[in-house]
Design a protein around this ligand. Structure first.
Ligand code: BG6
Length: 314
């Protein structure tokens, strides 16, 4: 177990589940549960929560936690015979006691590496040996970075194929006052219409009913503008060409046992994903997918979205 310090604390969360708290000196923090390898909280320097976590979330394995950032692997959705969104989000991950340093982000001290490997039980469902390493890092500026490395460790010479998503639930003040920039005019597969392909029309995306779309070949930068709070989430991604936008709206909200009837007003999922073209890895090969989220005052970002200027800081 990594030594305890002011930046990384290992402790117990709800129902005694193991969790890791990351802290930065200006007051930023993030929490990660080993169950699901799931970020459940990300706070700014005013200790305001930036991610949505349902009041009805069930912290009881094997039910995945409703909110935060679930990891969808080895599949996004329920195309295959596998469980919906794969099994990574409802398995117990372990902590790497001796993670490699943050080479590209040397000033970042608040980070943890979680690992998920196939188990004998899993091999019956998905007959592949793998290692999934998730690094969750909180930068001194309060940005939240997630890096996943998936390695094929099969010993039978077989390749495997998967899809993936960071299923991020952003906390918003009022969904009807939210707009998403960076996805306009793109093609998407509509989950509400059997994944039929359409083209997004108009300016930015706004919300007045249920939305469940997989945007294809998206730019590496997407902005989620919360008008009421005058703040913008900026999502940067790498290795994840698609972006899923989901809000269940009122009817679906009522049908979900672990989600409040009115909670759809306070959340929006924008998910950095790789869905349309699944990844295939040969034994020994590794894939890497990153997402970086930050929050800025809205005036800074609105109208200035230029995907070509995206640079990853780590
Ligand atoms: C989204 C999907 O990513 O996740 C939706 O596009 C789905 O179709 C939603 O309803 C929630 O899934 P779950 O399994 O967590 O209820």
């Amino acid at each position: 177990m990594a030594s305890e310090n002011v930046y990384v604390e290992h402790c117990k969360g709800i129902h005694g589940l193991d969790k890791v708290i990351l802290r930065e000196i200006r007051g930023y923090s993030a929490e990660v549960y080993l169950f699901g390898g799931q970020v459940t909280s990300w706070k700014n320097d005013k200790r305001e929560e930036l991610l949505f976590l349902s009041n009805k979330a069930i912290f009881q394995p094997p039910k995945a936690i409703r909110g935060g950032i679930p990891i969808c692997f080895p599949q996004f959705g329920n195309i295959d015979s596998l469980e919906k969104h794969g099994f990574a989000r409802n398995r117990l991950w372990s902590v790497d006691p001796d993670p490699p340093p943050c080479s590209t982000h040397s000033s970042t001290r608040a980070f943890v590496d979680l690992i998920l490997r196939h188990s004998e039980e899993e091999l019956k469902i998905w007959p592949h040996r793998f290692e999934l390493r998730l690094r969750v890092a909180l930068t001194p500026a309060g940005d939240l970075l997630l890096t996943s490395r998936i390695r094929n460790t099969n010993t039978d010479g077989k390749s495997f194929t998967f899809t993936f998503a960071y299923h991020t639930y952003f906390f918003v003040t009022d969904i009807s006052e939210v707009r998403v920039e960076g996805l306009e005019t793109l093609d998407y597969l509509d989950n509400l219409h059997n994944r039929e392909r359409f083209t997004e029309q108009g300016d930015a995306i706004t919300f007045e009913s249920e939305v469940d779309k997989i945007f294809l070949s998206t730019p590496t930068k997407i902005a989620i503008l919360d008008h009421e709070r005058k703040r913008t989430f900026v999502l940067r991604k790498d290795g994840l060409p698609d972006a899923v936008v989901w809000n269940p709206w009122d009817k679906k909200a009522k049908a979900m046992a672990d989600f409040g009837d009115e909670e759809y007003k306070q959340m929006l999922c924008v998910e950095a994903a790789c869905v349309e073209n699944p990844i295939t890895l040969k034994p020994g090969e590794e894939w890497k997918g990153r997402q970086e989220i930050s929050v800025v005052p809205s005036s800074y970002c609105s109208g200035h979205l230029d995907p070509r200027r995206v640079t990853f800081t780590g």
